[in-house]
Design a protein. Structure first.
Length: 147
């Protein structure tokens, strides 16, 4: 019986020592892997999270068209990028100089936003149409172009 008790105590001590060594070793491995993973989370991922958050907040506020920065322009996969032209008389056209529908940039006074990021360009996102617009200032009047 004494041998059985010694054997059981030896097994128990071995399990405790093995568990504590494994916990110490794998705890270091876990922390190292966690730190490595966290350092690999790129700025792009953080920007994507920020962009998605902006889209969600804009959708909840029912404002689906809004001004964006030049860095945000074309940053969402699946969104079209479109160049438009703003004439001095307030007409906005596509690259064929055809006036665009008002719903493309709904409720945005483009002229007020020139100079915010760039002197002659305003960047607009329309989440409903899944499009980013680069609106370039053309110093002419639309009537000059159409004649």
């Amino acid at each position: 019986m004494g041998k059985n008790v010694s054997f059981i105590l030896g097994v128990f001590a071995g399990v405790i020592v093995g568990f504590s060594l494994a916990k110490k070793y794998y705890g270091k491995v876990y922390n190292t892997d966690k730190e490595t993973y966290m350092s690999e989370v790129s700025d792009d991922t953080e920007k994507e999270i920020e962009t998605v958050s902006k889209i969600i907040s804009h959708n909840y506020s029912e404002k689906n068209t809004y001004i964006i920065s030049p860095e945000e322009f074309g940053s969402i996969d699946g969104y079209y990028t479109v160049s438009l032209y703003y004439f001095e008389d307030g007409v906005i056209t596509d690259d064929a100089f055809e006036p665009i529908d008002d719903d493309v940039i709904e409720n945005i006074s483009v002229s007020e936003h020139f100079g915010e990021f760039e002197d002659d360009t305003v960047f607009v996102r329309n989440d409903v149409l899944k499009s980013d617009y680069e609106i370039l200032r053309d110093g002419r009047y639309f009537s000059e172009v159409r004649n």
